[in-house]
Design a protein around this ligand. Sequence first.
Ligand SMILES: [Zn+2]
Ligand SMILES: [Zn+2]
Length: 348
Amino acid sequence: MGVHAVRGQIQEWVSASPIYNEEGCNVAANNKPTLAQSPTDSIDHESKSALGRALVTLGDMWTVRILRSVFLGTRRFQELRDELDISDPVLSRRLRNLVEAGLLERVRYQTNPTRHEYLPTESGTDLWRIMVAIWAWDRTWASPRHRDAHIELTHQACGHQAQPIFGCGHCGAIGLTARDVRGSVDDRLLLDVRSERSRRSPVMSTPIDASEVLGDRWSTLVLSDALTGSHRFGDFQDRINISPVTLTDRLNLFVETGLMSREAISSGARRQEYRLTPKGLDIFSVFATINSWARQWLSENGSTGLSLTHISCGSELEPRFTCNTCNGVLVLEDLHFEAADRSEVNDR
Ligand SMILES: [Zn+2]
Ligand SMILES: [Zn+2]
């Protein structure tokens, strides 16, 4: 979601004048969206594919940032507000939606006055691979001033600082990129996308990190499409039914931010292709982990709308991270994130 769209939503919520309690939680709220609906707006939308629903739930910049902070150990309203520099209404609405989506649980930690904290549920905890993928991408590709650049991951099983290596859990291959995987999108996902179309901003500002890329659904779709083989303007248009204005904006943005390069097709002077750069290819692990989470938690039949096959072993990709130092498979219990200034960020 672009900055303007975020501001627009903030304005919309502020002007709706909800009632907030001492923690800024909206106590007047009584509309309860289901997991099939967007947590970030009240427009009814029954997404049909599991990935479509995951992108509706997670495809929001503030939601990703809140989950990331909770994952790193910031769990109280005021602490989240201060850490994220987010307004009370926006934070309380996102937290409420995350609770309703079953990803966070609101737990009382103090009485008189009553205070609550937000803990990840089982499905929320299982977002950890996505959070690791986002952290790894931001650390490599976002600004050196980005918070993720100053957080280190220690693999406690070997005691070393770790760089997670993406791989296939089925065959054990490591160092996988989008080029090692064949993707196919089914019609239901495309249908989901088309029904979201009217709410997308045609123009967005330059994304500074993975949370902003994920926060804009057209960005995630164009990138997913590029990761599964589209290179030309017409391919994107045909496959995701995106307007030329929105597509032009996103492609320009991806070229500007180094996610894609624009190359002339040798046979035709005026035609161009868009190729993912290493930075663009690297975001594949974020999409693959989201897709895998969606299959685990949101799919009734094992299908998500996006099938990713590891070409060399022929199996559906099971994302797995290994430690670059000891080659051990990373599990949540062995991960320890810590700020580089040595002040503790979190146990897991
Ligand atoms: Zn494999
Ligand atoms: Zn290790």
